[in-house]
Ligand binder design. Structure first.
Ligand code: ZN
Length: 75
């Protein structure tokens, strides 16, 4: 039973950043990602930039990642 609660706990920790429509980008690249993208996971925290919407990322000169395909406009 306890394992289920641990799984739910980690799911709840992780889901908000995805549901909040947050997008991650690196100072060293020109692409933005879903936070759960494998490339987003590789960004060092010192290089990490977070955007609240794809519009913000595009305005800052970023393009969508071809792997995780984030939207170009918020719904
Ligand atoms: Zn990506």
């Amino acid at each position: 039973m306890r394992k289920i609660w641990i799984a739910i706990f980690f799911l709840l920790l992780f889901i908000p950043s995805v549901l909040a429509g947050e997008f991650w980008a690196s100072k060293n690249s020109n692409k933005y990602h879903y936070p759960d993208c494998e490339w987003a996971q590789k960004i060092k925290s010192s290089n990490l930039i977070k955007f609240k919407s794809p519009e913000d990322a595009i305005k800052a000169g970023y393009i969508p990642c071809k792997v995780c395909k984030p939207p170009m406009a918020s719904k």
